[in-house]
Ligand binder design. Structure first.
Ligand SMILES: Cc1cc2nc3c(=O)[nH]c(=O)nc-3n(C[C@H](O)[C@H](O)[C@H](O)COP(=O)(O)O)c2cc1C
Length: 174
């Protein structure tokens, strides 16, 4: 199973990116997590710029989504919303449809951020993604590295549970 992971934070030491790295460390054999790292390169969404001459960055984003069996988003909340860069990335695939029917899990590195989770869920549902699981691992106030998270039984258990549910959704959809 190929899972594309997308962090909604562009920060170099993002807790959401770290959480996704930890998920990759605890994933079962046969489950490969690959990180999408082009969020910051995508141009601002403009329907006029779509079509045959669309940016290579947009093509690559769509290609990686298409190639994935499932997707995990982990995002911070900014001003009670989804970070603009993540919403921008999603806007580029509303029309092209790479998320239609795709099993999607929402991970979250903060126990707060309920507005962003709700807004992201709504956006993904209206795009016809299959939102299957929410996993919150509260890293607020910690500076934990991925390895430490993966070695923590409780945190690793939460991540494995989310990955299992995602795997079941992929199998159910086949
Ligand atoms: C500009 C800005 C706005 C924020 N607004 C909120 C907010 O509305 N609600 C919230 O819970 N956290 C808010 N936060 C805190 C971040 O969501 C939180 O620190 C998050 O865990 C950072 O994720 P990261 O480590 O992956 O970058 C805000 C942070 C910034 C920089």
């Amino acid at each position: 199973m190929r899972v594309l992971t997308v962090s909604g934070s562009l920060r170099a030491s993002s807790s959401n990116t770290t959480l996704l790295e930890a998920a990759a460390l605890v994933a079962a054999a046969g489950v490969r997590l690959e990180r999408y790292s082009g969020l910051g390169e995508l141009p601002h969404f403009n329907p006029d710029d779509d079509g045959e001459n669309v940016s290579a960055h947009v093509r690559e984003w769509r290609r990686q989504l298409q190639a994935a069996d499932a997707v995990i988003f982990s995002t911070p909340e900014y001003a009670h919303g989804v970070p603009g860069s993540l919403k921008n990335a999603l806007d580029w695939v509303v029309g092209s449809g790479e998320l239609v029917g795709k099993p999607v899990a929402l991970f979250n590195a903060s126990a707060r951020g309920v507005f962003a989770q709700g807004a992201l869920t709504e956006t993904l549902r209206v795009m016809s993604a299959r939102v299957v699981e929410g996993v919150t691992v509260n890293l607020m106030g910690t500076k934990w590295e991925a390895r430490q998270i993966a070695e923590d039984a409780a945190m690793a258990g939460l991540l494995r549970g989310g990955l299992r549910a995602l795997g079941e959704a992929v199998t159910d959809g086949e």
